[in-house]
Design a protein around this ligand. Structure first.
Ligand SMILES: Nc1ncnc2c1ncn2[C@@H]1O[C@H](COP(=O)(O)OP(=O)(O)OP(=O)(O)O)[C@@H](O)[C@H]1O
Ligand SMILES: [Mg+2]
Length: 312
């Protein structure tokens, strides 16, 4: 198996001699985003979870929308050649949807097609269940045998028994910790099963340092001036502090995802005549469709930034 230097592969401050094994990429290995920024401690934890001796083989990444939960798994897998089978869950997701379905092929014969869980278990990839905190507790509990790693996965439709591959791992993400959302920020979050979440390493992604976030945005929108990006990042941080999930009154927030989108739209709108690109892009990224009070609050913060000399 090939190896690569961790420092080069993930662009982090790892020791020169630290290396990691890389698998031969498959059809379901995600493509890497070269701008993705890893947090070293988080990366170490994810690599430990993927390692042969991982004490717990199930990983739950929780946190606000657009903070990089899903992309963390995809970006690590992309660089290590790991295949990922992912699925977004809702209140209607059933365990059977994860295992697979019977379909009728062109010749009229019925055929079982693996769902993401069966495919990952069979081939030793990662099964990534996004928004698992929206799934019903009873359906979550049907996963526990496979989470414990001792059980086989039986496919009822065919009677086949799948022996999970030793490299098989389960990652799940959610906007709440499995106890429902009491902030009102995320409709659809449910109270899950304590026994289910008990089987996971629970990871919260640390927020970016201001300078790191400025560097990140500048990589995605390199034509913007650094002082402009700094102002955008500061505004985003003020908005996040005022988000309901952090105890504030705003129902909208400017996540890393929307901050990058704001910066990239600003770059594009700079080519349009007759618009203020930053303001227009802020509307199109965040404010259109937001509650009226939230719009006024965010625009006030935006105008304060302008009047404070953030933009010349
Ligand atoms: N560390 C990071 N480096 C680079 N980009 C990032 C990072 N974190 C988040 N992003 C950006 O934010 C986008 C959204 O991230 P992602 O989809 O992983 O969020 P999420 O936490 O899973 O959100 P949701 O709760 O809505 O599913 C990414 O596509 C990427 O553009
Ligand atoms: Mg996600």
């Amino acid at each position: 198996m090939a190896t690569a230097k961790i420092a080069n592969l993930f662009n982090v401050a790892a020791p020169e001699q630290a290396v990691v094994e890389i698998r031969q990429p498959g059809l379901c290995t995600p493509a890497a985003d070269p701008h993705y920024q890893f947090n070293l401690l988080v990366l170490k934890k994810v690599m430990m979870w993927l390692s042969e001796n991982a004490p717990v083989k199930n990983l739950f990444i929780l946190g606000d929308a657009g903070t990089g939960k899903t992309s963390l798994i995809l970006e690590v897998a992309a660089r290590l050649g790991i295949e990922v089978w992912s699925m977004s869950c809702s209140g209607k997701t059933r365990f059977n949807d994860l295992v697979g379905t019977l379909t009728i092929d062109e010749s009229g014969a019925t055929r079982f097609v693996d769902g993401p869980l069966a495919a990952a278990a069979r081939s030793g990839g990662v099964f990534l269940a996004n928004e698992i905190t929206r799934m019903e507790a009873g359906e979550q509990m049907r996963l526990v045998d496979i989470l414990d790693g001792r059980a086989r996965l039986t496919i009822p439709e065919t009677g086949e028994v799948v022996i999970p591959h030793p490299n098989f791992r389960v990652a799940v993400t959610g906007n709440s910790g499995g106890f429902g959302d009491d902030t009102g920020a995320y409709a659809g979050e449910r109270r899950g099963s304590l026994a289910f979440f008990d089987r996971f390493i629970k990871l919260v992604l640390p927020p970016f340092e201001e300078t790191d976030e400025v560097g990140l945005v500048m990589r995605y929108a390199p034509s913007l001036r650094e002082d402009i990006v700094l102002g955008m990042v500061r505004l985003a941080r003020d908005i996040r502090k005022a988000f309901v999930s952090n105890g504030g009154g705003l129902q909208v927030t400017l996540s890393t995802r929307s901050l990058i989108a704001w910066a990239r739209l600003t770059e594009e709108y700079a080519h349009f005549s007759g618009v203020d690109p930053i303001r227009e892009a802020l509307h199109d990224t965040l404010l259109n469709g937001a509650p009226t009070d939230d719009r006024s609050t965010v625009l006030e913060l935006f105008d304060n930034w302008l009047n404070g000399g953030g933009r010349s």
